[in-house]
Structure formats: C-alpha cells, structure tokens
Write a protein of this length. Structure first.
Length: 321
C-alpha cells in the first residue's frame, strides 16, 4: 500500500479505470456494494456470533504443508511505513529500531490494566510455532513459520470486562528512530483493531519470532500481531499499547482510505479492492521470484474458513468488508 503516490501494483493487475468505474456504478445500482466511503465504522456493527470454535477445529489451522517462503524474502520484502514506503526500505532503515527495553501499556475496559515489560507480558508462555499463509491486500502472499503466543492467553491476564467489545492496538511512533513517521504518509501512530471474539480466536497470534529466531525489526520486532485470515495490514507491528474498547476503534488504513480498507478486512476473493481484483494472489514461496511468482486463486478467509467463518455467521461480508 502506498498513498503518495498510488500503490505499486503491476500494471497487468489493475482494472482499467473506466471499466472499474462502470462496474462500481452497476454494482452500486444493484445494491451489491456499500456506497463509496462507507467503511463499516459509524454504524453499529453486528454483535459477534455465538458459535464456538472447537479446539480441534482451531488446531487444524496451526500448520500447513504448503511450501515455505524463503526467509530472505520474508525479511526483505516488507511493508513498514514507519521506515519508508518501498518494500526494501524496512530491511535497512529499521536496523536502528531499539527493541529493548520494551513496554506495552494494556488498558481500557479490564480489571487489571498496567504498563508491563515485554518479559512480564509474556512470562511463562513459551513461544509456539505456527505456519500460516499470509495474504497481503496488494495481491501477494507468503507462507511463514511464526513463533508467538496466542493473543487470547495474554489478553485474559488483564481480565477484560463485558464492556470490552473490541481490542485496539497501537504501534510505536518515534520520529527519532523511525524516519517514515516524520512524513504524513499515514496518521501516526499506526493503529489496528479486532473485535473481541477475533482477538480471542486461537489462530490469532502475538508474534515474537519467525523461522525459529526472534523477529527482525523489519517484521515488527519485538511484538506484532498475526491474524492469518485477514489481509496483512491488520498485522500491526512493534506494538506499544493494547486497549479494550467498547466501540469499533479507528484503524490506520481505514482512516486513510475508508472506501478501500474496511475494519474487518477478512480475505475475500468475492470483494474486489476498488482498484484491483482480489480473486488471485502471487505466491512468493520456494524459489519463486518476488515479482513474477505463480498466481493462485485466493480462498475465502485465506483458506481458514473452517476455523473462522462461524465468527461472521449472518453478517453481510460485502457490507462489512
Ligand atoms: N504495522 C506498522 N506499524 N506499520 C506498517 O506500515 N504494514 C502492514 C502490517 N503492519 C504496517 C504494519 C502491512 S500493509 C503488511 S502487508 C504487513 O505489516 C507486512 O508484514 P511483513 O513485513 O512481516 O510481511
């Protein structure tokens, strides 16, 4: 994603503007799409479904046998706008990010708020390995072995109350360490959010490492979110605050372009991004080169429908995109 200038989407992937405008007009006329600008914020969102995901169902999503992305690709082709807007900026510019000591402020609607060190936040929780497919909204995907702890286990330590309907996350925004923050590419700090049931889902990971090693800065050290059924921008990096809130929190990309980036951002091949299709993805894995990797069909919920579709039972996913 890039706001200034427009995202670097390969020319062949972009629907010609006239075709896109006609299609939008037609679909809007048919009532199939929300009016441009409707982000899902502002209107009361449907409550979480009451369907419970069984542990077996959840565990079946913890691994995939698909070919892994090379570590060198996963750590050199990154989005981390605090360090620049080009894919290869973070790998060099983020080297100066200091990740120790690191504290996270947890607050809002919970019985035990507090500002805690990273060590205390994760105390007694050995990192687990999860091999997840990751789908970026820009049309590429990777398969990454993460290390991390289930977000639910960490959140429960702070005892969220019944008013905690959503969880808001905030990244560090330090202009001394992060050159990109000196430029208004986004409304800093980077912010993201999840509905409480999404945050508590066993697939949702607070990642601290990848490929068996601690997270490199460019991938969001020392602590980032990984939500494998959502587009990659939900995976907020270098988290410094977690807040339990009652209403849908503001999120960085939704604030920047509400018609393009909804709050939910579940991977959905049936809902095009206004400027390109989401039906297929370039899978950067094995020896596939970053720009010309094989295109494969994108699956609903990024292939995790069996684990998460029930969270959205009864919701119109074109409206709540
Ligand atoms: N978090 C912060 N703080 N800043 C960012 O610019 N980019 C997001 C997300 N988290 C971003 C962020 C986007 S657009 C993507 S696709 C993923 O990080 C990329 O994660 P990766 O570099 O580990 O692949």
């Amino acid at each position: 994603m890039r706001l200034h200038p427009t995202p670097p989407i390969p020319a062949g992937e972009i629907t010609p503007e006239a075709v896109y405008r006609d299609r939008r007009r037609l679909l809007a006329a048919l009532g199939a799409l929300p009016a441009l600008g409707l982000s899902g914020c502002g209107e009361a969102a449907p409550p979480p479904s009451r369907v419970v995901v069984t542990p077996e169902q959840a565990r079946s999503g913890f691994r995939t046998s698909e070919e892994l992305t090379r570590e060198a690709d996963a750590t050199s082709y990154n989005n981390f706008y605090e360090f620049g807007t080009a894919k290869d900026d973070p790998a060099t510019a983020a080297k100066t990010l200091r990740t120790t000591p690191w504290t996270v402020a947890v607050g809002g609607h919970c019985a035990k708020p507090g500002k805690v060190s990273l060590e205390d936040l994760l105390k007694g929780l050995p990192p687990q390995e999860r091999i997840y497919r990751m789908r970026c909204v820009e049309g590429w995907s990777m398969v990454i072995p993460w290390l991390g702890v289930p977000l639910a286990v960490v959140l429960k330590r702070f005892q969220p109350t019944s008013k905690a309907k959503y969880v808001a996350f905030t990244s560090l925004a330090d202009p001394r360490q992060m050159p990109g923050v000196r430029v208004p590419t986004l409304d800093w700090p980077y912010r993201e959010g999840l509905r409480i049931d999404e945050a508590m889902h066993p697939l949702t990971l607070l990642a601290t490492g990848l490929y068996g090693k601690p997270l490199p800065q460019q991938n969001g050290a020392p602590l980032r979110l990984v939500v494998p059924w959502k587009y990659g921008f939900k995976g907020i990096k270098s988290i410094v605050a977690i807040t339990f809130v009652e209403s849908m929190p503001k999120t960085a990309w939704n604030m920047a372009q509400p018609s393009e980036y909804g709050f939910y951002s579940n991977v959905n091949p049936a809902v095009d991004h206004p400027r390109w299709s989401q039906k297929t993805e370039r899978r950067i894995a094995g020896s596939a080169s970053k720009l010309f990797a094989e295109r494969i069909p994108t699956l609903p919920f990024n292939g995790y429908a069996g684990q998460v579709a029930s969270l959205y039972a009864g919701m119109d996913l074109k409206k709540w995109f």
